[in-house]
Structures are given as C-alpha cells and as structure tokens.
Ligand binder design. Structure first.
Ligand SMILES: Nc1nc2c(ncn2[C@@H]2O[C@H](COP(=O)(O)OP(=O)(O)OP(=O)(O)O)[C@@H](O)[C@H]2O)c(=O)[nH]1
Ligand SMILES: [Mg+2]
Ligand SMILES: [Zn+2]
Length: 396
C-alpha cells in the first residue's frame, strides 16, 4: 500500500511554518489546512489514517475538491505535467495557475512534496509546494545563465558518481561536492566500474585528500562488488539523488539495486569515452529496500548557482587558512600575516587546491550578481503587471 510516509513525507514538517503560510492562502488551501491539521500529529499511523479518510465526495463542488486536498510527491516532471504519488496511488497533476504563475509558488521539481486536489477527475491540481528540506539547483543551461534550474529536492544523501576508468577528475569532484553540500544533504562519493581497473587505492587516496569528511565507496554495478557498503544509506524512507557525468553508471546502479532493468543504459562512445546521455529526465524510483533514488541525466555543464555555504564545507581545509589571515579582508597576495601564503609555501596547501577554491569563489560571486540581476528584473516585471492591472485601458 502506498502511504506518504513510505515516500518519505515527514508530517511534523507541516506544523508551524506551513500552517501559517496556509492561513494566507485561498479557500481551497484553507480547507486543505483543515484536513492537514488533523493529519499533523507526530505519529505516522495517525497521519496515514487521516490521509486515507481525506477523500469524501459529497458537499458542494468547491468544498468537495477542497476536502480532497492531500499531500503528494513528485516522481517525475514532463513539461507542464507532473507525475505524482499520492495516498491513492500514482497520478498526474498540473499547476494551479493562480498559485504558481501569479502567486509565486516555487515550481515543483522531482522529489518535491506538494498539496493536490481534484483527485479522481483527470489530472489533479497542484495547489502548493511544501517546504523543502534539501534542494539542488544549477544554472539553467538553456537560459543564457540567467535562471535557476531545480534538479531535485527533499533528499537525504547525494551520491556523486565518478567512474574509476575514464571519468576520474578531482576538480570536477570538487564542483559536485560544493553543490552537494550546498543542497543541505550529505554527499557520498561512489567510485564506479571497479571491475575495469586493476587497483584503485591511489584514486581513493586522491579523492580523500579533497573530500575531507566525506565517505568514499568503491563499487561495480556489474559484478555487484561494494553494493553492500551502500546499505547504510539505502534505508527505508531515505531519498538519495544520483549525480555524475553521462556514462558513469548511475542508471546501471539503479538497476543493480532494483534487481531489474528498470532504467535504460547504453554503452559509452568508443571514440572519446563519453556517455550518450541515455537518461533524459529525472525520476524518483522506489527501491525494493524501501529507499528512494532520484536518477538524473548526466549534466553537460555544471554551472554553479548560489554555492557560498557549500564552498565553506567542501573547502573546509582551505577555509581554515583563510580564517587565520591577519586581516579580515586579506586578498592573499602580498599582505603581511597571510596564512594562505604561508600554507602554500610550507606545502600544507597545494596550489591546485587553492586555485580550485579561487575559481569556485569567483564563479559564486558571479552567480550572486546574476541572482541580484534576476531579482531586479522580477521586481520590475511585477511593477509593470501591477501598473497594467490598475490601468486596464493600457491593454487596449
Ligand atoms: N564494466 C562495467 N560497466 C558498467 C558498470 N556500470 C555501468 N557500466 C556501463 O557503463 C555504460 C553507461 O552506464 P549508464 O548506467 O547508462 O550510465 P549513466 O550514468 O546512467 O549515463 P546517463 O544516463 O547518460 O547520464 C553502460 O554501458 C553500462 O553497462 C560497471 O560497474 N562495470
Ligand atoms: Mg542514466
Ligand atoms: Zn591571506
């Protein structure tokens, strides 16, 4: 039986913040609050019980649709249509225009918990996006760098996959780690295709030197080597997002964990050892063990959105020197008492690592200014629409 708690929905997160947010919403969401507030005691069984009661169909039309409001989880996004799991099973939904296009709700992404109504009469309406506990986003490659693209949400771990035989790249790993830490979840590094290399000790040591405090696991989806060491993360109700370049074996790992060919996989290109971008959309999959995986397409570009807090964690070794500099605004060039320069001289900090940090910081600053640009643009747009609303003659 599908229950929202199976799908990782934590009802305790609906108290407080959501309750007050719902107060400001429309009638239908007010009614959903009523059904949700009965669904918000902290025990799972109580929540499930009231959820399964949340589908009466008498009353007036608006009351009926409102009383059917239930939480659901987005399992895939197909343009404007959302594939969902709700307490009644799998369904599809479309965004409620007033809430999303005029109301400023965050557009749902795979892994999101949402509130839906109208279940049972074709596609349901998605009323709102519930607060995210973790969120992964990047610069939208199709937007000339001016928009944030949601990749996945509400996951507990980020598995960063790199293959031991061709994809191995420390600088790329630093980028993924920064994004993963920024998301609010815990990164785990998964080095794949162990069956194709004779030894990997050196690579593991290299990775560990730049991934301080992050678990590193070596696996082979083909021979099933190392899969047991993933069990500690693959616990019921946990959600794991798989990230990594095309061809590293994300979907092959999903299949190995499913015990079936759930996802299509295809051989990497022989001429340049690149993947073929086989997976084309993100999808949340329930594994037999009760954990959920979000498989993602290999990303061609790994543009950074806001990664300021992620950098602090992924470069904690570098930050330790930065914070020791004599001057708070040290540029680490020629200032006296520069702990970074001292660490570079003594060899405690490698020049590659320092350069990598500087590159990501530069990029983070750049995207922050883009974010500011976007906000200004949105404000301006809001101003224009308000002006048009208040002066309907302009439209003529
Ligand atoms: N030898 C070996 N090959 C593997 C292993 N895991 C995956 N592969 C092969 O690597 C190729 C790419 O695997 P996929 O699972 O499609 O890679 P992906 O990361 O999902 O790629 P995209 O969907 O394009 O992002 C396929 O030919 C797989 O059979 C492994 O553990 N050992
Ligand atoms: Mg794939
Ligand atoms: Zn300094």
């Amino acid at each position: 039986m599908i229950t929202m708690t199976n799908y990782g929905f934590d009802f305790s997160m609906l108290t407080g913040e959501l309750a007050s947010a719902l107060d400001a919403s429309s009638n239908s969401t007010m009614a959903s609050k009523a059904s949700l507030s009965t669904a918000s005691p902290s025990t799972a069984s109580a929540s499930e019980a009231s959820l399964s009661e949340a589908s009466p169909s008498t009353a007036s039309a608006s009351e009926a649709s409102a009383s059917k409001a239930v939480p659901a989880r987005v399992t895939a996004v197909h343009k404007e249509r959302y594939q969902l799991i709700c307490p009644h099973g799998q369904t599809f939904g479309r965004l409620k225009t007033a809430a999303y296009f005029a109301g400023g709700e965050l557009f749902p992404t795979t892994g999101d918990f949402v509130l839906v109504d109208n279940y049972g009469m074709g596609d349901c309406r998605i009323l709102r996006t519930l607060p995210r506990k973790s969120f992964f986003s990047r610069l939208d490659p199709s937007s000339s760098g001016h928009a944030e693209q949601a990749v996945a949400s509400n996951f507990d771990y980020v598995f960063i996959l790199q293959s031991l035989n061709y994809d191995f790249n420390l600088r790329r790993m630093e980028r993924y780690l920064t994004l993963a830490w920024q998301s609010g979840a815990i990164p785990v590094i998964v080095l794949t295709k162990a069956d194709l290399v004779s030894s990997y000790d050196e690579q593991v040591a290299d990775i560990q030197s730049i991934a301080i405090g992050t678990d590193v696991v070596v696996i082979s989806a083909q021979s099933r080597f190392g899969l047991d060491s993933l069990e500690q993360y693959l616990q019921p109700k946990q959600t794991i997002v798989f990230l990594g370049s095309s061809g590293v074996g994300k979907s092959s790992l999903v299949n190995a964990l499913m015990g079936s060919e759930r996802m299509a996989v295809s051989a990497i290109r022989e001429d340049d050892s690149k993947g073929r971008h086989t997976t084309t959309h993100r999808e949340l999959i329930m594994l037999p063990c009760g954990a959920m995986v979000i498989d993602t397409p290999g990303m061609r570009e790994l543009g950074m959105w806001d990664v300021s807090s992620g950098i602090d964690q992924s470069f904690s070794d570098v930050m330790q020197y930065v914070n020791q500099c004599k001057f708070g605004d040290c540029q680490h060039e020629s200032e006296p008492g520069c702990a970074v320069k001292a660490a570079l001289r003594s060899g405690d900090l490698s020049p590659e690592r320092w350069k990598s940090y500087q590159n990501l910081m530069r990029e983070a600053k750049f995207t922050q200014s883009k974010e500011a640009y976007l906000k200004i643009k949105q404000e301006k747009f809001k101003g224009i629409s308000k002006h048009i609303r208040n002066n309907p003659d302009i439209r003529k």
